[in-house]
Design a protein around this ligand. Structure first.
Ligand SMILES: Cc1cc2nc3c(=O)[nH]c(=O)nc-3n(C[C@H](O)[C@H](O)[C@H](O)COP(=O)(O)OP(=O)(O)OC[C@H]3O[C@@H](n4cnc5c(N)ncnc54)[C@H](O)[C@@H]3O)c2cc1C
Length: 417
């Protein structure tokens, strides 16, 4: 009996810890094309900002592999999986056989179809190596263009601004973080970015990257040119299914898994950003590309690979994001839709914003800006599908808490812990 895990990030760590809850003995091999000890991906923006060193970024201590009897094969890509022979073929020709396999290959950046996107000084922003490459060119007073006012684009902006780089962010949409932000939230972020002298160009797109070998600027669809020394692409991410495309493994946007993280092939599991698992709020399988989900899916897969019968069916999107002066937390549904009532509370004076998405008698999503202390309570209401009809009108109170819940419900929650 042996376990093989492709990937060395959150889902992989969850799987190792899941396996070791049940099986303390049989060996585990981890394969990763990144050469590093497992690290926390969100910290790449703090690394670029100079706030953490590589040594502070590790997701688990230096003895993690040894303590868990894991053989790490790092800096080598898995090139092919032979599901019939139960073998993973590495790019250097080695073949690693498995009894149980976990695919945890995460997500990959989307490359927008822009002329010149292959030029030097055009970077993604998803891996530690991306941050290291950007670090070399992001000198004080240099000029950067960030394509995409998405979550990772704005984390790049934050880091670059803190390095003293002059940044211009460009997005085709009419607002910042369009998947989560509405007009109000976007205008709060725009005001804050203005304070840090980051320029934001919305409702326009990049037609061409200018320069011979290296990027020296961008040409916009509306004819304007923005000169720069380097470009960061942040046009979104996709499940990284490259390794298994065209095989008999069932894929939609991600690898389709059941609530035990099993794929359609016996003894093959998938977890984390690469998987399309059960989304508790949407009540269907979706990608859920966040750390808590990757960990829980990985842990569930690991336990089941070792013989348990664990189910994880509580995944949903939740994100907590400090962005320069703004504290942002969002969870669940993030756009109006059929059957959803939206309630908003904007306090201009305090510069706070709360937005709630309610379906029937349940809270199914929220966005909080600069007033995030109650995020845990709101998340609990979502996760436990609590009937909020009797206290819905209290949700937005500054002092909202369990005290506003009906007594019977409070006692029930205390008992459940
Ligand atoms: C800038 C940034 C900020 C983020 N901030 C947050 C945040 O604040 N909160 C949050 O919850 N989430 C955040 N995320 C998302 C979070 O990092 C991911 O959800 C999480 O890392 C997913 O873990 P994973 O194990 O599924 O995959 P990944 O972390 O993507 O790791 C997959 C690994 O597999 C490797 N791999 C891929 N293919 C192969 C192959 N063929 N052979 C060998 N190895 C391979 C990859 O190189 C990679 O090392 C952020 C992401 C980024 C990029």
């Amino acid at each position: 009996m042996n376990y093989v895990i492709i990937g060395n990030s959150v889902a992989a760590v969850g799987a190792v810890e899941g396996i070791r809850k049940i099986d303390k003995v049989n060996p585990i091999v981890i394969i990763s094309d990144e050469p590093y000890h497992t690290y926390s991906r969100p910290l790449i923006s703090y690394y670029l900002a100079g706030k953490v060193t590589q040594d502070n970024m590790y997701y688990r201590g230096k003895d993690f592999y040894k303590a868990n009897n894991v053989e790490p094969i790092l800096g080598v890509k898995a090139q092919h999986i032979d599901f019939d022979k139960k073998e993973v073929v590495l790019e250097d020709g080695r073949k690693i056989s498995y009894t149980k396999l976990l695919i945890a290959t995460g997500s990959k950046p989307l490359t927008p179809p822009i002329e010149g996107v292959e030029k030097q000084n055009v970077f993604n922003f998803i891996k530690l190596d991306d941050a290291k490459a950007i670090e070399k060119v992001a000198t004080r007073d240099s000029k950067a263009v960030v394509i995409g006012a998405s979550f990772s684009g704005l984390k790049a902006v934050e880091a670059l601004v803190q390095r003293g780089v002059n940044v211009t962010v460009i997005d085709i949409m009419d607002r910042i973080m369009p998947r989560v932000f509405d007009e109000t939230a976007s205008s709060m972020a725009l005001k804050m970015l203005e304070k840090y002298e980051a320029k934001v160009l919305l409702k326009t797109s990049v037609e061409k990257i200018l320069g011979h070998q290296a990027a020296i600027g961008v040409l916009l669809k509306d004819g304007r040119e923005v000169p720069c020394d380097f470009i960061v692409l942040a046009a979104g991410v996709r499940c990284n299914t490259d390794l298994v495309k065209g095989t008999k493994l069932k894929i939609n946007r991600g690898i389709i898994v059941d609530t035990m993280m099993r794929t359609n092939i016996p003894d093959v599991y998938a977890a984390g950003d690469v998987a399309e698992g059960y989304n508790f709020i949407e009540e269907r399988n979706t990608e859920i590309p966040i750390i808590p989900n990757a960990y829980k899916q990985g842990e569930t897969a690991g336990q089941n690979m070792a013989g348990a019968q664990k189910i994880f069916d509580k995944g949903f999107i939740m994100n907590s994001m400090p962005l320069l002066d703004l504290s942002i937390v969002s969870a669940g549904v993030s756009a109006p839709g059929e059957g959803i009532t939206v309630k908003t509370i904007y306090n201009q004076e305090k510069n706070t914003y709360k937005k709630f998405y309610i379906r029937g008698n349940n809270l199914v999503g929220y966005l909080l800006i600069n007033d995030i202390d109650r995020a845990g309570i709101y998340t609990d209401l979502i996760r436990r599908k609590i009937d909020i009809s009797s206290f819905e009108h209290q949700l937005g109170r500054d002092d909202f808490g369990f005290i506003y819940l009906p007594k019977a419900l409070r006692s029930q929650l205390i008992l459940e812990g």
